[in-house]
Design a protein around this ligand. Structure first.
Ligand code: KG4
Ligand code: ZN
Length: 347
């Protein structure tokens, strides 16, 4: 089974890991959150520069911690899509360079396939098919995982991602960045029924609503309007009730869609991934809703939910075992449909 060194720089984490099949030999994650906090969100140019600053030392540290030398590494992987192009370029260029210098195969990895593989890291015995609910700052997707490289996106957000909605609502409530953990904490002290907020639905041309697609931008606007109305009264804002009501609406939307999708497709495992998988409301509600249908819900530990290179290495190791190797000419791309993952390999 292939041992792979993987580099992930698609957004605001500089990460390097060495993975053998579904097991981590070493993993380094350097988060830039503290740097971007002062701007209230990720600034792409600042992210790229920070990756340049630390990627080499992260590679050295990872190799040292693994106790391996280059002769024991079978392949070099780098996230090539989706993400901020300038940020992706840093890790991708480092990975390609190492592959040339050490004469190892290069494996380009789709970031979302990496998030799916995070579930294999937390449960190496997990096998497809299963449903992945991927909820991060950039994505909200329901993915039918059929096999390595074979994915069908059954549902997604039509506008803001779930994490993005948490971040935007936290910003309008002046709570800080990233918003998810702050709202999660406040929601525990508030009443989720204090305010009725609209759960976004996507209409279908033939009538009715799309069962698995979601929309969070209307909800964010509703929180803005409600906040403006409450502020006009001159009373202090009921922040905890607002946070709890907002969070409950997002959780209800995600839970309903994930359960419907798993049942409709006969899938008895839902693996959740991405930063929003840390949300306590989501963890409780999804488990409770799945239990009556005997659907198993997996929430990997936080270190595998948020961006890391171990998940990229885990995906790359399986691709390499199957002979899926990338051309050095593949570019950093801001997006690529998950259904086109296999276009990254020369097979
Ligand atoms: O997966 P991730 O680390 O990065 C992306 O690839 O986007 O996810 C970050 C997102 C942020 O939007 C953050 O607010 C959200 O995950 N998040 C949470 C929680 N912890 C992080 N959202 C809700 N509840 C949380 N406890
Ligand atoms: Zn991510």
């Amino acid at each position: 089974m292939a041992t792979v060194l993987a580099i992930e720089t698609s957004c605001d984490e500089t990460a390097v890991a060495i993975v053998k099949n579904r097991h981590i030999l070493s993993s380094v994650v350097s988060s830039q959150i503290a740097i971007h906090q002062q701007y209230g969100g990720v600034v792409p140019e600042v992210a790229s520069r920070q990756h340049v600053e630390i990627v080499n030392q992260a590679i050295d540290q990872c190799l040292t911690e693994s106790g391996l030398d280059w002769s024991e590494i079978d392949g070099i992987a780098g996230t090539c899509t989706p993400g901020l192009v300038g940020a992706l370029l840093v890790g991708l260029t480092a990975a390609k360079t190492l592959s040339i210098v050490h004469d190892k195969p290069f494996i380009g990895v789709h970031h979302l396939e990496g998030h799916i593989y995070a579930s294999y890291l937390s449960d190496p015995d997990l096998e497809p098919p299963f449903l992945c609910l991927l909820v991060s700052g950039g994505h909200t997707s329901l993915i039918y995982v059929k096999d390595c490289g074979r994915y069908e996106v059954l549902g997604q957000t039509r506008d803001d991602a779930a994490g993005e909605a948490f971040d935007k609502v936290a910003r309008l409530l002046k709570l800080g960045y990233p918003g998810g953990p702050i709202i999660d904490r406040l929601a525990a002290e508030g009443d989720p029924k204090a305010f009725a907020l609209p759960e976004g639905q996507i209409s279908r041309p033939e009538g009715g609503f799309h069962p698995y697609d979601s929309s969070f931008s209307g909800l964010k606007t509703a929180v803005l309007r409600l906040t403006q109305r409450l502020e006009a009264t001159g009373e202090p804002l009921p922040i905890a009730d607002l946070a709890a009501s907002f969070q409950a609406t997002v959780v209800r939307a995600l839970t309903k869609r994930a359960i419907a999708c798993a049942r409709d497709y006969g899938l008895n495992t839902i693996a959740v991934g991405g930063g929003v998988a840390a949300n306590r409301g989501l963890r409780e509600q999804l488990q409770a809703a799945a239990a009556p249908y005997n659907i198993k819900v997996m929430f990997p530990p936080m270190k595998f939910c948020t961006d890391n290179a171990a998940m990229i290495g885990c995906a790359a190791s399986e691709h390499l075992d199957r002979g899926h190797i990338s051309d050095l000419a593949i570019a950093a791309q801001s997006r690529l449909p998950l259904s086109e993952v296999m276009s990254l390999y020369r097979v």
